[in-house]
Design a protein. Structure first.
Length: 395
């Protein structure tokens, strides 16, 4: 039987690829895990308490659109966090079973099969969260990788894309704070992107899953820009998650906010193909969105590790201090070679930057080739050990 080829050009996923790179070699010391962005701070105690209290609800199918309580908690959080009018819980908010579900399925629901009779284009930052590219291919679009390098402040310059491609664009994926570089789009950047979306008639998918981990100033959000510019809310779908904010990646809880017309399409697809969060988990998620104390404490733990990174690596060539998120994006010359050295000599596991990015075409350079990504998610002492090993081996 002939197999589909829409995903045939995808490279092997980053983490199996890393395992193959390192598998022939033993670690040079007790392993330090800095490759996966899986938060390791303590889960807020309220989570297990609430799930246990509502355990009987596992016997019920959860509503596809999420509980009213959860949607109201999300709306109130958005209003507090971004200083905007709370989005309508009935018509603009969709709780998700992990934000990756939304980032993928929103493309299925909202990207047309053609634009002006041509194959649609989806623009992605490069490097990028790999789900974006698979979503583009799944809807038959042409993924176009827009460099987010030091020359552009580690943010993609979508306005520099060829006008012919912009005219075919249906979706732009934008991540702020960015993974892996920790760069932050300011309100001027968001407003410029919204103006571009209006000019060329596309939607912005704003991946803001790292928005609550920052050093000093809360990163602005796309919903702030929409409100400030009185922009069309149908131009935007914003995505958020509890995974990083609340240290509960296993809860698989996030949400999407969209204009009412777009939300009708998102909910319609969810009715057929979605997997709503179980009710006890929705109760826990609602409580987490209402509580800020655990988020402040979480942020303070990361702040100490940011400072450790500055203290240990601050004088190392290629070090850039991130503004937000919990990754270091280190220029090392050859990312794979550096990752292999760190593992063999010090037991430190990091991710080669090239595994998170693509060459934009024949003869083009992969913008992640010269970098490694190191996650600051473990406890402080383990992170310090990894940072000191990076300094010793690569510095």
């Amino acid at each position: 039987m002939e197999q589909p080829r829409r995903f045939s050009d995808l490279p092997e996923y980053a983490f199996p690829r890393l395992r193959k790179l390192l598998a022939p070699y033993s670690p040079g010391a007790a392993p330090v895990a800095m490759s996966i962005g899986e938060p390791q701070h303590a889960v807020p105690p309220m989570v297990s308490e609430i799930i246990a209290r509502h355990g009987a609800d596992f016997s019920r199918y959860p509503p596809n659109e999420g509980t009213e309580d959860l949607r109201e908690a999300i709306s109130a959080w958005v209003a507090r966090r971004y200083g905007v009018r709370g989005p309508d819980p009935e018509t603009t908010i969709l709780p998700l079973n992990g934000t990756r579900e939304g980032l993928f399925n929103a493309a299925l629901a909202l990207s047309p099969e053609q634009k002006d009779g041509q194959r649609p284009v989806v623009l992605l930052p490069n490097p990028f969260y790999q789900c974006y590219a698979v979503a583009a291919l799944a809807v038959g679009a042409e993924p176009v990788y827009v460099p987010a390098t030091s020359e552009t402040g580690f943010l993609p310059d979508f306005a520099a894309v060829d006008p012919g491609l912009l005219a075919r664009t249906t979706i732009v994926y934008m991540c702020s704070p960015s993974n892996p570089q920790g760069a932050v789009a300011d309100l001027a950047y968001w407003r410029g992107l919204l103006e571009l979306a209006e000019k060329y008639d596309f939607r912005v998918f704003a991946d803001e899953c790292y928005a609550e981990i920052y050093r000093d100033t809360p990163p602005p959000g796309v919903l702030e820009a929409v409100a400030a510019a009185s922009a069309d809310p149908e131009r935007v779908v914003a995505f958020h998650s509890l995974s990083k904010r609340s240290n509960v990646p296993g809860l698989r809880s996030g949400f999407a906010i969209a204009g009412p017309r777009a939300m009708v399409e998102l909910k319609q697809l969810r009715n057929y193909a979605g997997a709503p969060l179980p009710l006890p988990l929705q109760h826990a998620a609602a409580a987490l969105w209402r509580d800020e104390a655990h988020v402040v404490e979480n942020r303070s733990l990361y702040a100490r590790k940011f400072q450790d990174a500055d203290d240990i690596l601050g004088n190392m060539p290629g070090y850039t201090s991130p503004r937000a998120g919990f990754f270091l994006w280190l220029a090392v010359g050859d990312g794979e070679a550096a990752a292999l050295r760190l593992w063999r000599e010090a037991g430190v596991k990091v991710l080669p930057g090239a595994y998170l990015s693509r060459a934009a075409g024949p003869g083009a350079e992969n913008p992640g080739q010269g970098y490694i990504r190191a996650a600051l998610v473990a406890d402080r002492e383990e992170v310090r050990r990894g940072l000191q090993a990076i300094k010793g081996v690569l510095g």
